[in-house]
Design a binder for this molecule. Structure first.
Ligand code: NAD
Ligand code: TYD
Length: 352
């Protein structure tokens, strides 16, 4: 297959590109605007592979999208390009609406025009996978799980923009009869994760003996999934998922934020040079909560398991250990980011 991956220079998109090229031997066209969150060095393993091509394009640029579709003639689209950080969306929502909403609509329209122009055989096999988040469902209380039929109730500008994009994808499937599938996944973690997100931020701060800022009292729960398990699920949904359907993806790894940070402290204490001042758990600081902070996310991925046979290969303990070790071994990847792009400053507080 030749697959057009949008956002392939980001955290999950780069894992998808590596998986498609290295493990499955498919052709990939990575279309990415290269925002602050992108990193072409995450693709170093495949950048010279003849199966891989890169296009620096903004998904809001219809003319450029038309050019990419007509020159590469993809068999499928995996649409991951997005502004993805909740805290940044609280500071400024504009880019989120532009990329996640307007950009998704532009991708859908460019795909529709491409489908109208291509041969019947290509059109019949074509699929568009819209990649989204479980945050569109809002927050859970102490019990219950998000299923594919949970009503949308987004809390943050980020999740609201993703919810809008999901509705657009589903509307384009119904109105224009387009072969679209939607996935909603829980929090990912793993190698090549930009260090503004909880897990990589805590690993690097712990390594450097810096404070570990836990929002509120640390009791918020996230359901963590190793990024390569997500990449495998996405390809399965793209190729085997039923058109017009939604599939939830999640790893049954619920943890409070405090549990996650404490486990990272133990792993860094074990795997890196010890801190003169003692255990890294002493670096934990409870800081002002995120506005609109969702209490708990947890996914019911039964549909994906029973219909498509997906199972996660990594559990949280094995995945987190691998991730900490990866950051310890890959300073060349994160050093330029913390020196030039992001120094760990607090994002997403509204003025009081
Ligand atoms: P990321 O922020 O690491 O990467 C996003 C990529 O999209 C970057 O390479 C960026 O340059 C690119 N991009 C942004 N705006 C663009 C534009 N206008 N045109 C072209 N490219 C653009 O994000 P991620 O964590 O890899 O998430 C990827 C997708 O998966 C997103 O759609 C996100 O909503 C979804 N998702 C993420 C998680 C998670 O835990 N990270 C969980 C579920 C779903
Ligand atoms: P994050 O990685 O931003 O993902 P999301 O907001 O999409 O779930 O945050 C994960 C959780 O960690 C979330 O409950 C907010 C919390 N958090 C902290 O406690 N401290 C931090 O410094 C960050 C970045 C997040």
């Amino acid at each position: 297959m030749k697959i057009l991956v949008t956002g392939g220079a980001g955290f999950i998109g780069s894992a998808v590109c590596r998986y498609l090229v290295q493990e499955l031997g498919h052709c990939v066209v990575n279309l990415d605007k290269l925002t602050y969150a992108a990193n072409l060095s995450s693709l170093a393993e495949i950048e010279n592979n003849p199966l891989y091509a890169f296009e620096k394009v903004d998904i809001c640029d219809r003319l450029e999208l038309d050019r990419v579709f007509s020159s590469h003639q993809p068999d499928a689209v995996m649409h991951l390009a997005a502004e993805s950080h909740v805290d940044r969306s609280i500071t400024g929502a504009g880019e989120f609406i532009q990329t996640n909403v307007v950009g998704t609509m532009t991708m859908l329209e460019a795909s529709r025009a491409y489908l109208a122009a291509c041969t019947q055989n290509v059109a019949k096999a074509f699929r568009f996978l819209h990649v989204s988040t479980d945050e569109v469902y809002g927050e859970l209380g102490e019990t219950g799980l998000f299923s594919e039929t949970t009503p949308y109730d987004p809390s943050s500008p980020y999740s609201a923009s993703k919810a809008a994009s999901d509705h657009l994808a589903k509307a384009w499937a119904r109105t224009y009869d387009m072969p679209i599938v939607v996935s909603n996944c829980s929090n990912n973690y793993g190698p090549f994760h930009f260090p503004e997100k909880l897990i990589p931020l805590m690993i690097l701060n712990a390594l450097h003996g810096k404070d570990l800022p836990v929002y509120g009292d640390g009791s918020n729960v996230r359901d963590w999934l190793y990024v390569d398990d997500h990449a495998r699920a996405l390809f399965m949904i793209l190729t085997k998922g039923r058109i017009g359907e939604t599939y939830n993806v999640g790893g049954q790894n619920e943890r409070t934020n405090l549990q996650v940070v404490e486990r990272i402290c133990s792993l860094v204490d074990e795997l890196a040079a010890p801190l003169a001042s003692g255990s890294r758990k002493d670096l934990i600081r409870f800081v002002q909560d995120r506005p609109g902070h969702d209490a708990r996310y947890a996914i019911d991925a039964e549909k994906l398991r029973s219909e498509l046979g997906w199972v996660a290969q990594e559990n949280f303990e094995s995945g987190l250990r691998k991730t900490v070790q990866w950051y310890l071994d890959h300073e060349a990847w994160w050093r330029p980011i913390i020196e030039h792009n992001y120094q760990g400053e607090r994002l997403g507080l509204t003025k009081t």
